[in-house]
Design a protein around this ligand. Sequence first.
Ligand code: PLP
Length: 376
Amino acid sequence: MEILKQDIAPSRRVPAAKIQFPPEDRAWIAERIQEVLASGQLTLGKYGAEFEQQFAQVCGTRHAIAVNSGTSALEIILRVLGTEGKDVLVPTNTFFATAAAVVHAGGRPVLVDMDPESFAVRPEDVEKTLTPKTAGLIVVHIGGIVSRRMPELQEWARKKGLWLVEDAAHAHGSSYNGVRAGSFGIAGAFSFYPTKVMTSGEGGMIVTSDDRMAEEARMYRDQGKASFTQNAHVRMGYNWRLSEPHAIIGLRHLARLPAMMTDRQQIAAFYDAGLKGLRNLSPVEVPAGGVCNYYKYIVVLTQKQDRRALKALLRDQYGVALAGERCMRNRCTSSRCSNHTRPVRFRRRKTTAPGTCVFRSFREWTKLRPARFWTR
Ligand SMILES: Cc1ncc(COP(=O)(O)O)c(C=O)c1O
């Protein structure tokens, strides 16, 4: 097989996933957790505020609001935007939570095909999918790649009078032409789930430069209270708060983000060199002017490629860790576990439909819902 001829150093061993908390970071975190335990302020305290301020700086936005997951970040944004009873355009190639958040916020996800070249949505496909009830569009930066078509999508949404929200769960630190992921639209949602490029254990962040969005999001995350100290509930919020220990972990990882991105970029360059010029294989490229955090390294295969043989070869001869190699969940050994971390993902290019569809139709999604809830 032709990959054998490629110059991939067998001595390089690329782990599937390695969460980086070296001893000095663990000590830093433990010291501050001791401090908050002693103080008794375990939620919505100074570390949460510092995490928000530093994260906003990284994204180039005026505000950041820390929450307890990427899913809640999305739902809060959609609630603030008043999605109830409206249609929201969502890419087919995403994680469950993107579409689920729309439904939880009372809206209807309408699926937009993805571009098999970039794995992102294209303005022409978005235009085709528009419905009379469309309120806005969610874009997802799959694998940490910000599409070169983001400015066109921004312009399209502006012209149509629709909002643009970014599901930036994969894209901490990524950018295109100097514009940071999370700052293209009215708001962006990040996840700090442990498989992500940076983590806080569990957690999420809303970033926005819109003062009203920030103010409302703060209310929604804390049971819809008008303020932390008031027991007046003015919105239908929920407990979406991030605890101080989680904020402390996140703060430490945020400081490590540039170094962790450099590591991933070096590994990606190693893959790029090794896979270059191979027939039937094309890595999804980061556009010129783009910075990618390489949450995932995605390679598209044509139908002709023997996927299994290629994977075995990369793993056995070159030590390259592939999809499903190691799970971040305790005690999980299944190579089929969907929770495995995936630095290299092989996707087969389809001739008619895009590579992966999480939901092929809204109806398929609705089957997951309890019938009583649905018919109410
Ligand atoms: C694209 C995307 N959106 C949203 C989420 C949800 O994030 P969380 O697990 O923090 O709720 C994820 C998490 O994997 C994701 O990959």
